[in-house]
Design a protein. Structure first.
Length: 759
């Protein structure tokens, strides 16, 4: 209570006191003398009574104000509880200045944290929410606020970035309120996450689209077998619309070709197994009988009760078979059954498009029989035709499933080779020439032929298929002029490159037999102790003229030429023999790791070859480690699992090389009995510089240790990299930081040095 209020109340009480005090005293005290004496105390009594009354009134006002405040707090809490329970977020935007149409958040419900992941206080930042709206949807937000100025209400949906990093769809309903006195505006809105509804609607629309556009006839019945829905293909095939089938069952389609026993057996299987599949003869509305391949499935509710049945069928009538025969005649060569020029052209367009998109090479190979006219003249066209049929079979047997061989006329064949490099084309050309060089037996005649082959590459020799075929044909003519029975590349540069590769292959064949291959050994180091605990055997080619050739230059040639098995066996035998010799000399027992190529791993005799090497060298199996590339490990086949298990049964150690570079599922780690994961050097090189590489390395180490596997990092070149690996718990490392790969004698010296007391 302020001073003015106190003065006013004193004045009011004073007037009342003057009016009633004399009467009150006369009434209370009958003695006149006493009454006169008490008149002198009226002022004091007035002050006392006034103070008492003011105090009593003040106490009552305070209690009333307290009750009002408590009621307001309770009302506010109740409103907050209602807002927080609501799935929608209630918010308020206040116009910064009249008619500016610039709004800022001045209230948002606490449940905004649950809906968006962001606390209410973050929303008070004027720039916060706009940064979270999907960039493609900002125009919707601006358009909605503009609409408010005309209609005073708006509803729109847009995407908002949730705190978890995913965009959520938001339904935003807004109302504009304007204070006529101040001309300021306020927007009151409700904000609802409708992502699940959006996704459900999209899924429903997709299902409906698939249902209506499916090339198969589809129908759904209720539990009693009455039609509920049919798609357009069903109507097209049978002639019946849903209106025609209302209240009816599939019996209306029965042709009578299958008896009651057939349908009884069908429904017995549907009832017991929930599914039936087979051929059914039905009758169209026109009366025409036709065959269809039908699949019927049971749709059950949550309790497992059959509530509907789904039928899907494909018509298999003779009309379709006739169309397929016509299509085949239009696309395949009638003599050999190979794709003809038209189908080859279609496939070539797809292959060229894929090559452009994927930035990969492709090739076209033209094969022409040398002096084929002489065969027709000597043995007749029937023998010549049969020779072409057999030749087509041999050509096709040399190709992969995605490659195409086509007869374009006479004795000319064109091979379409997607995703094929020049080196591979050369190998295939030699393989085809060898295959065609084998004798043909046709109508008791033994015939020997040769062929000239021309090769063109995309895009070097042509940007379209016509240009490529013309280039390949020109290359064939060059091969003919060069003496036939040879391969010619259209591009001179490519021709020279292939010649060099073929020359390297020939020299590599000689190198295997002339002991030009040598092994170098790179130490593998324990991260914690710094001691040598293993080594990796790495092959080198000591060429008499070119000097030491790195494996990256000749291993691909070895794989394409089929030499990799021989080289791989030599590496295994030499590494095992060397390690056994070190053990006989009393050097520390450390395992030697040998990398297996994909081709070597797929060799059915690999397990027996490893066993024979271990027995012949007397090397303990535990001192041999086989490194498998991750591409081998990711092959999800029984052969791969069995091969790994058979190698592990020998007692050798197994590791996955270049781990982390694959893109397939990691489920193979629990299927294979491996001992170690080798962290690829591409990740190691980024340590201390690239957070992503650091995260990948940490993840690999944690994954390996959780599975009971050791880890080794390759390509370690700096102390900082080693420190990171040590802190992350990596077990082993190898790389230039400790030593490059060195000859056997140098590695032997390292082992001896480790035996010294100072080591």
């Amino acid at each position: 209570m302020n001073a003015f209020q106190i003065v006013v109340r004193f004045l009011i009480f004073g007037v009342l006191w003057i009016l009633v005090s004399d009467h009150l005293l006369n009434y209370l005290v009958q003695d006149t003398a006493v009454t006169q004496q008490m008149q002198s105390f009226k002022g004091i009594v007035f002050v006392a009574l006034s103070a008492l009354l003011i105090y009593v009134l003040e106490i009552r006002n305070e209690h009333a104000e307290t009750r009002r405040k408590n009621d307001a707090i309770r009302e506010k809490d109740r409103l907050a509880q209602i807002l927080n329970v609501s799935p929608a977020v209630i918010y308020s935007l206040l116009e910064e200045a009249p008619h500016t149409q610039r709004f800022k958040v001045d209230f948002v419900g606490d449940n905004v944290l649950r809906v968006t992941g962001f606390a209410p206080k973050e929303w008070l930042d004027p720039t916060f929410w706009r940064c979270k709206v999907h960039p493609d949807d900002l125009f919707k937000v601006d358009a909605a606020q503009l609409e408010l100025t005309n209609k005073h209400s708006a509803v729109h949906e847009y995407r908002f970035l949730h705190q978890d990093g995913r965009y959520r769809w938001i339904n935003d309903r807004m109302v504009l309120l304007r204070d006529e006195a101040t001309q300021s505006a306020r927007i009151i809105g409700s904000w609802l996450d409708v992502t699940e509804q959006r996704e459900a609607q999209a899924q429903t629309a997709l299902v409906a689209h698939v249902f209506e556009t499916s090339q198969e006839g589809i129908f759904i019945t209720d539990a009693a077998g009455r039609f509920v829905s049919v798609n357009q293909t069903f109507t097209t095939v049978t002639g019946y619309t849903m209106d025609d089938l209302a209240g009816k069952t599939p019996k209306v389609l029965q042709s009578g070709r299958q008896d009651a026993a057939f349908y009884k057996a069908m429904w017995e299987q549907i009832t017991s197994a929930g599914r039936w599949e087979g051929e059914v003869w039905n009758r169209r509305r026109t009366g025409e009988v036709y065959p269809e391949w039908l699949i019927v499935s049971t749709i059950r509710d949550a309790e497992g009760k059959a509530v509907q049945y789904l039928g899907i069928f494909t018509e298999t009538s003779s009309h379709k078979a006739a169309e397929e025969r016509i299509q085949r005649l239009a696309n395949y060569d009638s003599l050999t059954g190979l794709p003809n020029r038209a189908l080859l052209n279609d496939r070539a367009q797809l292959a060229i498009h894929a090559a452009v998109v994927s930035q990969v090479s492709m090739a076209v190979m033209h094969v022409n029989v040398d002096r084929f006219a002489h065969i027709n003249e000597s043995f007749g066209h029937q023998v010549g035709d049969q020779l072409l049929v057999e030749m087509a079979k041999r050509l096709a047997s040399n190709l992969k499933p995605e490659e195409t061989v086509s007869r374009i006329g006479g004795d000319d064949f064109v091979l379409l080779l997607p995703k094929t490099r020049a080196n591979s084309v050369a190998q295939l050309a030699i393989q085809i020439m060898d295959s065609l060089g084998e004798p043909f037996v046709v109508e008791d005649q033994t015939l020997r032929i040769t062929a000239s082959i021309g090769i063109a590459e995309f895009p070097e020799n042509g940007s379209n298929f016509l240009q490529l075929t013309q280039a390949a044909e020109s290359a064939v003519h060059e091969a003919k002029r060069a003496g036939r029975n040879t391969v010619h590349f259209f591009s001179r540069d490519t021709q020279e490159r292939i010649k060099a590769a073929l020359a390297l292959e020939q020299e590599l064949r000689l190198a295997v037999g002339r002991d030009q291959l040598v092994l170098h050994y790179q130490p593998q180091i324990d991260v914690q102790s710094g001691r040598i605990i293993g080594c990796e055997a790495l092959v080198r080619w000591n060429h008499p003229q070119r000097g030491m050739i790195a494996p990256a230059q000749f291993i691909p040639v070895a794989e394409e030429s089929g030499l990799i098995d021989a080289i791989g066996h030599w590496v295994l035998l030499t590494a095992a023999r060397q390690n056994a010799q070190w053990q006989q000399q009393g050097l520390p027992a450390v395992p030697v790791a040998v990398n297996l190529s994909v081709i070597q791993f797929r060799n059915p005799g690999l397990r027996d070859s490893v066993l024979q090497i271990l027995q012949s060298t007397a090397l303990p199996p535990a001192l041999l480690e086989l490194e498998l590339t991750e591409s081998v490990a990711m092959e999800d086949s029984g052969f791969t699992v069995d091969k790994v298990a058979s190698l592990k049964a020998l007692g050798v150690a197994l590791s996955i090389d270049d781990f982390g570079t694959g893109y397939s599922s990691l489920s193979y780690l629990k299927r294979f009995q491996i001992d170690k994961l080798k962290i690829d050097q591409s990740f190691v090189q980024g340590l201390t510089m690239n957070h992503q590489d650091e995260a990948i390395v940490n993840t690999i180490i944690a994954l390996a240790h959780s599975l009971g596997l050791r880890t080794i990092a390759e390509g370690v070149e700096t102390s900082a990299q080693l420190d990171f690996l040590k802190a992350s718990g990596c077990d082993e490392f190898q790389g230039y930081l400790y030593s490059r790969p060195v000859p056997a004698q140098a590695f032997e010296a390292m082992l001896r040095g480790q035996m010294s007391p100072a080591a």
